[in-house]
Design a protein around this ligand. Structure first.
Ligand code: PMP
Ligand code: GLU
Length: 399
């Protein structure tokens, strides 16, 4: 089509959102689909956070907000980063945007020039590669697999760097694999990164609270050798079950925060006044709700790992965080389904599971990791048990 820019034409649509949309359409047509595609907590936003939003509405908190976000919210985020992560960011280094995705887009657009390379260990969340392309940059993917717990080593990271490398994106706990780097592993990566001070380290820490290691979360920004080199991406979506409120932030070096603010001032202005007040209550209020949800996710993690291991031929890695399972499915590829369709790729398999098994998942290819599929277990135990029984039957029917 003539009127659509090259920039947008070269983008892939978000496969996580696309599969969720397809699942919703099938459901609307009367099919009983279980949606394990999109990743979002299935809990309601905690009451004290909702109450703060109601108060903001009643108090006519309805005017434009400062472009980088209310100072009171940025102070609450700075206090959170200090209290929970031992990080020292001033409110001036924090820019609140419309979700962590927006914060990430801002940081990428404000730091990547056309032709710059951005190193992305894969499997990686769908939007990383596309946002880098949007900025005119070149995603340089470094693949990992189930055998290495989906983690990149310092040597592999070092080998990916060239003189054109501008940034690297590290996500731990990971979407889509649930893998979590240990402190020692992060230290190894930090040592490599510190030898390349011109490389911006984008640390996506949105799943920090959904952790099953039994230990504390370690922020990549907490290594002193990376001082001034890291942009932390985080927000309220996952920890406080607030995906629809659309509040996320970046905490980054001052110059980058200024650039992001300039960009945001032209593109979206400050984020929603009401949602910011709710986010402030989330950071300043009681934190028990976060642990309650974490415990529920851990129980479900145990359930899905057990159910998945019962299915012959699936390669199952035990996730240490987030709420995704990322099984290896190559044993089921190259087969024929009862309706005659050939299931050649993980994308074919995800489509078959949706249309014939009535379970929505996302193909590994969307995360630059063909041969796998992603299942979100942020849903009830009952749904999970039923979904795995459907998946098991559908896979067994492939010949
Ligand atoms: N990073 C990762 C790894 C995610 O999984 C998500 C959730 N889609 C985001 C960022 C974006 O979060 P938000 O909903 O706050 O935009
Ligand atoms: N984080 C979620 C997922 O990966 C939300 C959808 C999206 O924004 O990609 O499914």
């Amino acid at each position: 089509m003539q009127t659509i820019s090259e920039r947008v034409r070269s983008l892939s649509a978000s496969q996580t959102l696309a599969m969720s949309q397809k699942s919703a359409e099938l459901k609307a047509s009367g099919v009983d689909v279980i949606n394990l595609s999109v990743g979002e907590p299935d809990f309601n936003t905690p009451d004290h956070i909702k109450a703060a939003a109601v108060e903001a509405v009643e108090g006519n908190c309805s005017f434009y907000t400062p472009v980088p976000g209310y100072l009171s919210l940025r102070k609450a985020i700075a206090a959170k980063l200090s209290r929970e992560n031992g990080l020292d960011f001033a409110p001036e280094q924090i820019v609140v945007g419309n979700g962590a995705k927006h914060a990430l887009a801002n940081v990428i657009l404000a730091s990547v020039n056309p032709g710059d390379e951005v190193v992305i260990p894969t499997p990686a969340w769908v939007s990383y590669m596309e946002l880098v392309k949007l900025a005119g940059g070149k995603p340089v993917t470094v693949s990992t697999g189930i055998a290495d717990d989906f983690k990149i080593t310092p040597a592999k990271l070092e080998a990916a760097f060239t003189s054109a490398t501008r940034a690297v994106i590290i996500c731990s706990p990971s979407n889509p694999t649930g893998s979590v780097y240990t402190r020692e592993e992060l230290k190894g990566l930090a040592e490599v990164l510190a030898r390349h001070p011109q490389v911006l380290v984008i640390a996506d820490e949105i799943y920090e609270h959904i952790l099953y290691t039994g230990g504390d979360f370690v922020s990549l920004a907490s290594f002193p050798e990376l001082a001034g080199q890291v942009a932390v991406i985080n927000g309220v979506s996952k920890a406080y079950a607030m995906t629809g409120w659309r509040i996320g932030y970046c905490a980054c070096p001052p110059e980058l925060a200024k650039a992001v603010t300039k960009l945001q001032g032209q593109m979206t202005s400050g984020a929603s006044s009401i949602a910011q007040k709710a986010a402030e209550a989330a950071y300043n209020g009681p934190q028990e709700c976060v642990e309650e949800m974490r415990r529920a996710f851990e129980r479900r993690r145990d359930l899905v790992v057990r159910l998945a291991k019962e299915i012959p031929g699936l390669g199952v890695n035990v996730p240490q965080g987030a709420f995704y399972l990322f099984p290896e499915v190559s044993a089921y590829l190259g087969k024929t389904a009862p309706d005659g369709r050939h299931v050649a790729t993980d994308s074919d398999l995800a489509m078959y599971l949706l249309e014939c098994g009535h379970v929505a998942t996302v193909a590994g290819a969307a995360f630059a990791a063909p041969g796998y599929i992603r299942l979100s277990y942020a849903t009830s135990d009952e749904n999970l048990v039923e979904a795995f029984s459907r998946i098991s039957r559908a896979l067994a029917a492939l010949k």
